[in-house]
Design a protein around this ligand. Sequence first.
Ligand SMILES: [Zn+2]
Length: 155
Amino acid sequence: MTDKIRPTHVIVTCMDYRHMDDLVCELRDETRVGVDKYDHLIVPGTSLGLLQGRYPHWAPAFWSQLEVAHALHGDSLRHVWLIEHLDCGAYHTFLGTKGHRQREELLHRAMASTIKDAIVRWCSEKGIGWTVGCKIMKPKPEDDGHWTLCDLETP
Ligand SMILES: [Zn+2]
């Protein structure tokens, strides 16, 4: 492993195939994260996936992966980005949001806020100084099939 480029971010996303290629293009942009600069953890539904109860092993798997990321790259990592996305199948399945975009976006804000707080507590307990940002991928209305990365204001 070459250590010239070290990761600065841990990215947490849903597994959804539709937004992944566009997300990688956004993340590779030097004004965002940069090339080869992030560890990528995947949880279906992102924040909701860590809060739902149907698959209780998802959350422990996430926290153990975050611990591994810290063990491997803790000296270079500085940020965790929770990246939600609209029209998320996990939100439709667990919360019945299909066809209710505004309600879904409000729920993304609430879930991301809860997980952001949990990660901040986790970092604090371990003496880790990472920041936690919340983002959301939204479909580009003028560009069918493509998505764009936006900031997600949390309560
Ligand atoms: Zn999703």
